[in-house]
Ligand binder design. Structure first.
Ligand SMILES: [Zn+2]
Length: 412
């Protein structure tokens, strides 16, 4: 750890909850107000010395201080703050591995962990939240594995704060001007696998469905609430397919403001799609996956989503709203503060524990655990397109993208 970046919180020293999901002390609040655990010996490790063990008085389940640490089941301690900086400065995974003297698998494993830390932070920040600003919907284009699998990343961004409220990634069909041989390859791929119809529209609809409770509270509070997007028709169709939003549009409680490219690039008026352009630029410059003409493009969709949640989480919760050039930015408000996402004490404490305390899916608040975008990333449920042998036109037997073994403690 460098001197400029002191740790926010000392290492985990007391058990916060019983790890048994069926035990009543699994609930942090109940466990926090009860004397539920007893000391139960200790064990010595080569990497971290003596580790204290505990036993639950209720169910008998044992755990140790490591169970509640973000470094659970590891033999080396990663400085997650530095690791996050490396991930969000357009580095490749093997490049990070060489810098930190870690193998590729270790770098991937630490990405899985940090992504879940940010998902927890997003979940608690969005729980019970009411939009205090208008939102901009942005559909960003990138690729997965090759140009034959273009993806649209739908992101909901705050109009004033430029905080991210949610995102998802959908694979679309390769369109645009392509040569005859490229069309031939596309046909071969599509004989085995096709992207879903209207996937970009469905992605936008899913994102708004996920954030419907927050939107309903915003409509109840204000007379007229704006959704700003570019002029694409898919946004209009997506919004109209959600009954609550369609009704609000008809009653003039929500207005969908579509900005044409001409207005967007006009020098005579404020670009109302500034938030969309801003988040697009941030991702393109900070992520190797999504830089134009990148050779570091994503290969596996679930890993790509995890890296993206780290980028958008660090953008929202860690980065100052405006960069002023000052060396010490600790007094500057962050995007999440401008969006009033950090007003509850639980978000403030989880913000402090970002790089230290382990979080579990079963502790996510109710609204957030039902959000498709959070569940998809945490549980890794997105499916990859298959790798196809272009000579035979069949799926390759070996080398298909899948996680051979995934640690169970990262799913719970
Ligand atoms: Zn227990």
């Amino acid at each position: 750890m460098s001197e400029q970046n002191p740790p926010r919180e000392p290492v985990v020293s007391v058990p916060a909850f019983c790890p048994n999901q069926d035990c009543r002390y699994h609930d942090r609040r109940i466990a926090g107000s009860a004397n539920w655990s007893i000391r139960f010996g200790a064990f010595r490790t080569l990497s971290r010395g003596l580790i204290q063990r505990f036993r639950c008085r209720e169910c008998g389940k044992t755990c140790s201080t490591q169970t509640f640490s973000v470094h659970y089941w590891t033999h080396s301690t990663t400085d997650f703050r530095t690791f996050e900086n490396q991930l969000t400065s357009a580095s490749g995974l093997r490049q990070i591995g060489r810098m930190n003297r870690q193998s590729y698998r270790v770098v991937k494993n630490r990405t899985h962990r940090l992504a879940r830390q940010y998902l927890t932070l997003f979940s608690h920040a969005l729980e019970g939240h009411t939009f205090s600003e208008y939102v901009t919907i942005h559909g960003m284009h990138s690729i997965l594995r090759s140009q034959y699998f273009p993806v649209t990343i739908n992101i909901l961004v705050g109009f004033t704060s430029q905080a991210c409220y949610g995102f998802n990634m959908v694979i679309t069909r390769r369109t645009g001007s392509i040569s005859r041989s490229q069309r031939e390859i596309r046909r071969t791929i599509e004989s085995v696998w096709r992207s879903r119809r209207r996937s970009a529209e469905n992605g936008t609809r899913q994102l708004f469905t996920d954030l419907l409770p927050q939107i309903e509270r915003a409509i109840a509070r204000t007379r007229l609430w704006y959704v700003i997007s570019d002029a694409k028709k898919e946004h209009v169709r997506a919004l109209k397919r959600i009954p609550v939003i369609r009704a609000a549009l008809e009653k003039q409680r929500i207005r969908h403001s579509r900005i044409t490219d001409r207005a967007r690039h006009s020098i005579y008026c404020y670009n109302r799609l500034f938030s969309a352009d801003y988040i697009d630029r941030e991702i393109r410059k900070d992520m190797g996956d999504h830089a134009k003409e990148s050779v570091k493009y994503a290969r596996e969709i679930n890993c790509a989503l995890e890296r993206l949640v780290i980028k958008l989480g660090s953008h929202t919760f860690t980065k100052p709203h405006r960069i002023t050039g000052k060396v010490d930015t600790s007094d500057e408000p962050r995007h999440a503060e401008v969006a009033r996402l950090t007003s509850t004490p639980i978000v403030a404490s989880y913000d402090l524990w970002l790089y230290t305390h382990r979080h579990v899916f079963s502790h996510l608040p109710e609204e957030a655990s039902e959000m498709d975008w959070i569940r998809t990333i945490w549980k890794r449920t997105e499916t990859n397109p298959p790798i196809i042998d272009l000579k035979t036109g069949e799926m390759k037997r070996k080398g298909q993208p899948k996680e051979k073994r995934f640690a169970r403690h990262l799913f719970v």
